[in-house]
Write a protein that binds this ligand. Structure first.
Ligand code: DMJ
Length: 457
């Protein structure tokens, strides 16, 4: 494996990994063996999905049933599409082909039903594009384009270019004008890729217009609150957060620069990051956190932390703030150590979970993977190994991997989100295996873990 890499969001860093002494525990770790275990877990979960929920959106891992995601009772093979590029990277080629064959035979988006624009872009458009880039299969690209065309009314309905939250795939009717940064601004890499592959600039332009329109409304101290009316541009909240529902807006500002070389995205990323570091970074008992604040005064609202925010350390490192990013990732690692598995919410001031559930989320592994791509330190692989082993210990159910109802009792619930197939299984594999099909020097993974740059054929 190379020791000089360009990470998920592209900051170039010379790795000193080869020169660093390994911590005793990491030195003993057999990474290849761990990678094989990840691949076998993926194969086993896929087999269960194949047998019990084939073509359905999500398998129910405790009962072996199935559930739809966006449109009640309507399935578009969500988990299958999310899994494809992970399968390809793992060289599970028969499984990959089986999934692509299902798409050829069954997938249609001509459905009279309403979907979340954001979730559909990051999961389905992104999944189809990455599978197309892995395989060269033209139908996958055609499906991604067909789906995106059905989503476009969400963007064009607004006079200022901010998308509505929901759109009907058949009629183009839109709903949900009160929206948020993540749902507005997490599509420039999927849409930019689609524009590049189809030669149609409309997708990239719509994505960028939305990002710029939101950025242009920031406060005098440079912060963006977490709710806005997409028709009027009026703020509907005062809370600025790096967590949901704002998180991936900041990620995609950087990503627009990394994947597409868009300088405006870089400028906006730097501006937002400077404001966040100035107003939201806070130390408590030696740990570094980012707190929610009033977007005009910078006054702290509370100390509550959302697990989804734990991706942010990796992003900061890629954007040129490795010391702060690493400190933040380590704060989350301590929470993982405390509960064995991360709760959805945690209050460091009260030292207690604010939400005891665990949604089988990938963010901490995502951050560590990105640190590792940049600096190659074994610390990050060891962190990801703990994340993986916790999942094996607590989330494994009879027919797949399940979310938790309560991290303190370790009670499971009967649900496996689609992102599980696209995100942590891929991060585990890429960080433990020396993957022959992945370019560790030059790559891009979307917020959903979809590889839009970096396949090696
Ligand atoms: C995924 O869909 C994406 O990572 C998104 O950006 C945030 N939420 C989930 C995973 O938790």
């Amino acid at each position: 494996m190379t020791s000089f890499r360009i990470g998920r969001r592209g900051l170039i860093a010379g790795s000193a990994a080869a020169l660093l002494p390994l911590p005793a525990s990491a030195a003993k770790e057999d990474w290849r063996k761990l990678a094989d275990e990840v691949r076998e877990s993926m194969r086993w979960a896929w087999q269960n999905y194949r047998e019990r929920a084939w073509g359905k959106d999500q398998i129910m891992p405790v009962s072996g049933g199935a559930e739809s995601f966006s449109i009640k009772g309507q399935h578009v093979g969500l988990s299958l599409i999310e899994a494809l590029d992970t399968l390809w990277l793992m060289e599970l080629d028969a499984e990959f082909k089986d999934g692509v064959d299902w798409i050829h035979a069954n997938l249609s988006f001509d459905i009279d039903g309403e979907v979340s624009v954001f979730e559909t872009i990051i999961r389905l458009v992104g999944g189809l594009l990455s599978a197309h880039l892995a395989s060269g299969d033209k139908l996958l690209l055609a499906k991604a384009k067909d789906l995106t065309d059905r989503l476009m009314p969400a963007f064009t309905a607004s006079p200022i270019g901010l998308p509505h939250r929901y759109v009907n795939l058949k009629t183009g009717a839109v709903r949900g004008p009160v929206t948020n940064p993540a749902e507005i601004g997490s599509c420039i890499t999927e849409f930019g890729t689609l524009s590049r592959l189809t030669g149609d600039p409309r997708y990239f332009k719509a994505a960028k217009k939305a990002m710029v329109a939101l950025f242009g409304r920031r406060s005098d101290i440079g912060l963006i609150p977490d709710a806005i009316d997409c028709m009027t541009g009026e703020w509907k909240s005062r809370r600025a957060t790096i967590g949901p529902p704002s998180d991936s807006y900041y990620e995609y500002l950087w990503d627009g620069w990394q994947l597409l070389g868009d300088r405006d995205c870089l400028t906006m990323y730097k501006s937002c990051t400077a404001a966040i570091l100035e107003n939201q970074k806070a130390m408590l008992n030696g740990d570094l956190w980012f707190v929610d604040v009033d977007f005009e005064t910078g006054k702290r609202i509370n100390w509550e932390q959302d697990e989804l925010s734990s991706f942010y350390g990796g992003l900061l490192a890629q954007g040129g703030e490795p010391v702060i990013g690493e400190a933040y990732t380590r704060s989350w690692d301590k929470v993982q150590a405390k509960y064995g598995i991360l709760p959805e919410g945690y209050d460091p001031e009260k030292d207690a979970p604010t939400y005891k559930t665990n949604a089988l989320r990938p963010e901490l592994a995502d951050a560590a993977f990105n640190h590792w791509l940049l600096d190659g330190k074994e610390e990050w692989r060891a962190l990801v190994a703990r994340h993986f082993r916790a999942m094996q210990q607590w989330n494994k159910a009879a027919y797949g991997y399940a979310v938790m109802a309560d991290v303190t009792t370790k009670a499971q619930a009967d649900h496996c989100p689609g992102y599980w197939w696209s995100e942590q299984m891929k991060y585990y594999w890429l960080i433990f295996a020396d993957c022959r099909r992945f370019d560790y020097r030059k790559n891009y993974l979307s917020t959903e873990g979809n590889v839009l740059l970096g396949f090696r054929h």
